[in-house]
Design a protein around this ligand. Structure first.
Ligand SMILES: NC(=O)c1ccc[n+]([C@@H]2O[C@H](COP(=O)([O-])OP(=O)(O)OC[C@H]3O[C@@H](n4cnc5c(N)ncnc54)[C@H](O)[C@@H]3O)[C@@H](O)[C@H]2O)c1
Ligand SMILES: CC(C)CCC[C@@H](C)[C@H]1CC[C@H]2C3=C(CC[C@]12C)[C@@]1(C)CC[C@H](O)[C@@H](C(=O)O)[C@@H]1CC3
Length: 345
């Protein structure tokens, strides 16, 4: 029996749908009666009703079948920030995003929602209640951020009402939640290796951490409000929990929740950042001989030791955004979702 086609505005594709954010987004879209196709370089799960297309987003011929009869595309694919692979970031986040835009236009996609990052304006100095009109970082701290800036520019510049191709960029910050591959698992690994005894700086720096369901909510709000008469066309939007928290309080709540000791002893921020820069340089010089990835990268230290939280006022104003899960509930649900990461597990 032919599958009953949903109205075109309920047919979407999620590029990067096998990932942490992507899978949560796919699950919520299914709940909201979208038909969903996933395009990803790997398949990490099966879900009834989801059509998987496996391939590299840099390959337009591989991408096009996933965009057939689709009006809305979410692009939330990126190499993992920890890979620190400049060539890969450029290939996927810049060249690959050009390919995504071309494929969307060829396939007649009407809306493209990009998952950008609030860090596109972060240069390692304090940002307090930063608004979207802050300039892009002139000296991004890492290659990942460097390419996320170019990626966002490409997508927002591609917005063309005359051609009926509308785009918007969502800038989450510090996404956490069940199945997160890079925040809690890395934190626990560091704790297990005895590297979480120290607080970098005075421990009072406020930051945004955003529970994944709030990020999903922001993406779907943007998608459903993206119309030619909408103010959001071609613009970036911060999506956070709107509850800045001390970075080290968040770390401690997660660690203690999983049975590990909270960091106790303070180390001067400038000292740790300087050491991280030296280690990064050493790793770069020795790369042809030996590959090692420092745990304390300049970006991680900068994020751990400075204020960086962002205003969601524009998203509240233009999309009616407000978080659907509180930080406290998000932390509780996240800790409960990682029994295998508990101390002694
Ligand atoms: N995790 C965070 O804290 C955070 C914060 C802000 C923004 N973001 C952005 O959110 C998006 C999703 O991040 P995540 O944390 O879910 O990461 P993730 O690594 O879990 O998911 C990324 C997905 O992209 C896929 N992918 C990578 N290269 C690909 C390619 N060449 N072709 C096809 N698929 C490819 C991966 O297989 C993976 O499934 C990314 O764009 C990231 O920059 C993440
Ligand atoms: C130095 C240690 C104490 C830090 C240990 C935890 C870190 C592994 C995470 C703490 C903040 C996280 C973070 C990201 C990656 C993992 C952490 C550094 C991002 C850089 C991931 C990519 C996103 O685009 C960034 C964003 O703007 O949201 C994240 C910022 C927070």
């Amino acid at each position: 029996m032919a599958t009953r086609l949903r109205p075109s505005n309920k047919r979407c594709a999620v590029i990067g749908g096998s990932g942490f954010l992507g899978r949560h987004l796919v699950e919520k879209l299914l709940d909201r009666s979208y038909s969903v196709s996933v395009f990803d370089i790997r398949q990490s799960y099966e879900l009834p009703g989801v059509t998987f297309h496996q391939g590299d987003l840099c390959d337009k011929q591989a991408l096009l079948p996933a965009l057939k009869d689709v009006s809305l595309v979410f692009h939330c694919a990126s190499p993992a920030p920890a890979s620190d692979d400049r060539g890969l970031f450029h290939k996927v986040n810049i060249q690959g995003t050009r390919t995504v835009i071309q494929a969307c236009m060829e396939a007649g996609v009407q809306k493209l929602v990009l998952t950008s990052s609030a860090s596109v304006v972060f240069e390692g100095t304090d940002i307090k209640n930063g608004r979207e009109d802050l300039p892009y970082a002139k000296k991004p701290i890492d290659y990942y951020t460097e390419t996320k800036i170019e990626q966002e520019k490409l997508v927002l510049e591609a917005c063309d009402k005359e051609k009926g191709f509308l785009t918007v960029a969502i800038r989450p910050h510090g996404i956490f939640g069940p199945r997160d591959p890079q925040l809690v698992p890395i934190l626990v690994d560091m704790a297990r290796r005895g590297k979480m005894k120290f607080i970098i700086g005075d421990g009072t720096n406020l930051v945004d951490f955003t529970f994944v369901e709030n990020v999903v909510h922001g993406h779907i709000l943007a998608a459903e409000r993206l119309r030619s008469d909408s103010p959001i066309c071609g613009k970036p939007y911060h999506i956070t929990n709107d509850e800045p928290i001390r970075f080290w309080d968040f770390m401690s709540e997660v660690l203690v929740g999983l049975g590990y000791a909270a960091p106790r002893y303070h180390l001067p921020y400038a000292l740790v950042y300087g050491l991280a820069m030296l280690l990064w340089l050493l790793a770069l010089i020795l790369r042809p001989l030996v590959a090692f990835k420092p745990t304390f990268t300049p970006m991680r230290v900068a994020l751990a030791g400075t204020h960086h939280y962002y205003s969601c006022e524009r998203a509240k104003q233009d999309m009616g955004y407000k978080p659907v899960v509180s930080l406290k509930e998000g932390i509780t649900r996240t800790v409960e979702s990682y029994p295998h990461l508990r101390q002694g597990a």
